[in-house]
Design a protein around this ligand. Structure first.
Ligand code: CA
Length: 224
């Protein structure tokens, strides 16, 4: 799951970023409206947390442009407690939810989870062949074997399961599972793919995670 946090108050932004990363989300940050548009149009985000009061361009202007541009991300607005007008304007412009400042991190997390559940149409279970991943328990299952995953393993497997039969480059995987500052020269993606293989893809005759040489990985069933 990737989240873009747009907030010019550095303390709030850092606090949100750190909290979401601890929950296994990949998080990018933008600090003004123009930067927000560049990020949102350049990459895919599951959720965009968008402050209304921003330098250069307001959150409402950004929201309007993104909705016109058919950006698919769920958009959660951050509004001042007393600005009912902003909230109404935001919802009219197509915001998916809003949260008034100041907020507790747990509340933000609950809203983001609700929005991403909406995206996956209420299903807590991602499935491919005999592999499944439960977003409630955060456990994977391969055949009849249940497996515990670390946060990053979970995030990586979730990304693969959301994109079956699609070749995913190392860069794309790194961008979705880790953060924007992530150094794609490192072999972290390969290391985590190996962790996953050891947990859920051990049988060489029933491989689901395949290496695409020089590119990345694809989740697919072996052709018979
Ligand atoms: Ca602000």
């Amino acid at each position: 799951m990737r989240v873009l946090v747009v907030e010019d108050e550095k303390k709030v932004a850092r606090f949100v970023k750190r909290g979401l990363e601890q929950e296994g989300y990949g998080v990018d940050m933008a600090t003004d409206g123009v930067e927000a548009e560049e990020y949102a149009q350049g990459r895919e985000y599951d959720v965009i947390v968008l402050d209304i009061m921003l330098p250069k361009k307001s959150g409402l202007e950004v929201l309007k442009l993104l909705k016109q541009g058919k950006v698919k991300s769920q958009i959660l607005l951050l509004t001042a407690r007393d600005s009912v007008e902003d909230r109404v304007a935001g919802l009219n412009l197509g915001a998916d939810d809003y949260l008034t400042k100041p907020f507790a991190f747990e509340e933000l997390l609950a809203r983001i989870r609700a929005l991403t559940r909406r995206v996956s149409q209420g299903s807590a279970l991602l499935k491919f062949a005999d592999l499944s991943l439960d977003s409630q328990t955060r456990k994977a299952r391969r055949g009849s074997v249940e497996v515990e995953l670390t946060l990053k393993e979970y995030a990586l497997l979730e990304y693969l399961l959301r994109n079956p039969n699609r070749v995913l480059s190392r860069t794309l995987i790194a961008e979705h599972v880790w953060s924007q500052s992530f150094d794609t020269e490192t072999n972290v993606v390969d290391v985590y793919i190996n962790h996953l293989r050891n947990k859920i893809d051990k049988d060489p005759l029933k491989r689901l995670i395949h290496t695409v040489r020089g590119v990345g990985y694809v989740l697919k069933e072996e052709e018979a």
